[in-house]
Ligand binder design. Structure first.
Ligand SMILES: [Zn+2]
Length: 343
């Protein structure tokens, strides 16, 4: 652009609506160029400064908000953590309460078993204690298992109250058990003693029966089992006349052992012309066993003998034709066939 152009004047024509005349301004060229440029510059500057300012404000706001949000997050997170801890504690305690109840229930069951034991062995004791020792129980079947469900604050509070109730209930149960268990144990001890006495009585009875069985003569009285003469009527070996034989004659050699056919008391251990050396043993139920023609005797009157005890030696003393044992069983003073007793 030439210097002359710069000094040239420029005409600005202001056109308004149709009713008003148009106006005309004469302006130098530099003014025409500079004024809008300055205006544009100032507006730009203003816009930039506004932008800077607003961005500063936004930035400050952002910082504040971020800080507040962080604080909020921390607070919420703390609270959640606290609630979670509390929930865990409550759940733990709650499970402990259930566990305690179960244990008390087991003790109760033991007490009930004890009660059954008492009723079995000492029914009288149960009758006089009826209603005194009501076993304590409750239903815990619904308390176990299930999935874990997150709980809210209100639920934690409710759970906490339930827990308090649970522990109070446990306390009551323990108090009741403290009173009832020693009583039950005392009665169980009585029942045990009673049962022990009954058992002893039964044992005594059984022993008596056993003794009676042992007392019944049933053992073959010597080692040889061959008979030379049976029980009843026979021809007398000395005079050939018919005679009554009150026992059996068992063959043997002199000195063979002679055993007690059953337990009992020796009433006679003596010698007579016909019987020779002989022993009589008294058994229970009015039974006696007689052993005659012995060579030797190992017992004396008054001796207690057991079944199978060695009482003497086989011989041929008295009215005898040779070594043998005359064995006789007497029931209520009447001789009976020994073969009905000894096998
Ligand atoms: Zn005989």
């Amino acid at each position: 652009m030439k210097k002359g152009d710069m000094n040239r004047r420029m005409t600005l024509l202001l056109l308004r609506d149709a009713q008003r005349p148009a106006r005309q301004f004469q302006l130098s060229r530099p003014v025409v160029i500079l004024v809008p440029a300055i205006a544009v510059l100032s507006i730009s500057t203003l816009i930039v400064s506004l932008q800077v300012r607003s961005s500063q404000i936004i930035s400050r706001l952002e910082t504040t908000l971020a800080a507040q949000s962080l604080q909020l997050e921390v607070t919420v997170s703390d609270k959640e953590k606290a609630i979670s801890l509390l929930q865990n504690e409550v759940m733990k305690l709650s499970s402990q309460a259930v566990d305690m109840k179960e244990r008390i229930q087991r003790v109760n069951e033991l007490e009930e078993q004890l009660e059954e034991f008492i009723q079995k062995y000492d029914p009288d004791s149960s009758a006089k204690n009826a209603g005194k020792n009501e076993p304590i129980s409750w239903d815990i079947s619904g308390s176990k298992g299930g999935q874990w469900i997150a709980v809210h604050d209100q639920q934690v509070l409710t759970k906490g109250r339930e827990l308090k109730d649970d522990f109070e209930e446990i306390q009551d149960l323990l108090d009741a058990m403290e009173k009832s268990v020693p009583k039950t144990l005392e009665r169980a001890e009585d029942a045990r003693k009673n049962w022990e006495e009954q058992k002893q009585a039964k044992l005594l009875q059984a022993r008596k029966l056993e003794l009676a069985r042992e007392g019944k003569p049933s053992l073959w009285p010597t080692s040889e089992r061959r008979l030379t003469s049976s029980f009843g009527y026979r021809r007398d070996p000395f005079n050939g006349r018919s005679a009554y034989h009150a026992g059996i004659d068992i063959a043997g050699r002199i000195g063979d052992p002679v055993y007690a056919a059953g337990a009992g008391t020796v009433t006679v251990a003596d010698q007579m012309s016909e019987r020779g050396k002989y022993i009589i043993i008294q058994h229970p139920n009015g039974l006696q066993t007689w052993y005659m023609h012995l060579n030797g005797m190992n017992v004396s009157p008054g001796d207690q003998v057991d079944k199978g005890d060695l009482i003497g030696q086989l011989g041929s003393t008295g009215r005898s034709t040779g070594p043998h044992l005359h064995f006789q069983v007497v029931k209520q003073n009447i001789p009976v066939d020994p073969l009905l007793y000894v096998q």
